[in-house]
Ligand binder design. Structure first.
Ligand code: C5P
Length: 234
């Protein structure tokens, strides 16, 4: 599997998004993440446009609905402009299987699809007292990851601190995509359990999602290149 650094396009406007992408020279096209905010504002057209510019795209819409609706939604999204997408493992194994059916194109190919296990904003107390899931967070994350594996998904979103355990439980080919990445000398922002790109590589991350350390840097291109060098080596 090809490891990569993914930049979330967490900008307030389309213009800022294009200005950022314009910083990269013609031969250097980073893998980017398009989230709900940009997608709901601009629709599939912005995804097509960014793909047309040569970027690989992780469409981060975190679907969660009844299996048939998820299948139909993913069928709409399965166009050749998406490389990776995701859903909530909480929707269950049947929903995840339906997602794969919807994503599979007439030629048999499909984008990669990974599952969100538990949102990192969910605390242990919320899990137990509000959602009435009477287990530890780690146990729940690993159980949901195993469900995703059973359904045939390609991997999960997780903390780099959980990547090794996820791989041990679900196999080395099972993708661990990890946000919460910071350079040794950068701000933590609102992330709590962070790791450097080099440590994330050692921990087994396949894709790291790195936002503010790159997009809010005084030299975003330099920060991206430093991140790629630390994560991929060389
Ligand atoms: O700026 P920063 O590196 O914290 O950005 C991380 C990106 O990954 C953001 O787009 C954030 O929404 C996303 N993300 C995350 N933690 C998760 C899932 C997604 O930080 N558990």
């Amino acid at each position: 599997m090809k490891k990569d650094v993914i930049i979330p396009l967490d900008f307030a406007s389309v213009q800022e998004t294009y200005d950022f992408l314009g910083l990269f020279p013609a031969g250097e096209k980073p893998y980017v993440k398009i989230g709900m905010a940009l997608f709901y504002l601009e629709g599939p057209e912005i995804v097509r446009e960014i793909k047309r510019r040569g970027h690989k795209i992780f469409l981060d819409l975190k679907l969660h609905d009844i299996p048939n609706t998820v299948k139909m939604a993913f069928a709409s999204l399965s166009g050749h402009y998406v490389d990776l997408t995701n859903l909530h493992a909480a929707g269950g194994i049947e929903m995840m299987r339906a997602a794969l059916e919807g994503l599979t194109r007439p030629d048999g190919s499909r984008p990669q699809v990974i599952a969100v296990t538990q949102l990192t904003s969910t605390s242990q107390a919320q899990l137990n007292d509000e959602l009435l899931i009477p287990c530890g967070m780690e146990e729940t994350v690993l159980h949901y990851a195993k469900n995703a594996k059973i359904a045939g998904l390609d991997g999960v979103v997780c903390s780099p601190h959980e990547a090794a355990q996820v791989k041990a439980a679900c196999g080395q080919d099972f993708i661990a995509l990890t946000p919460g990445i910071r350079f040794a000398d950068s701000e933590k922002d609102d992330q709590s359990r962070i790791m450097t790109p080099a440590k994330a590589r050692e921990a087994g991350s396949d894709y790291i999602v790195v936002g503010r350390p790159i997009i809010a840097a005084s030299d975003p291109l330099g920060a991206y290149r430093k991140c790629v060098k630390e994560f991929l080596g060389g």
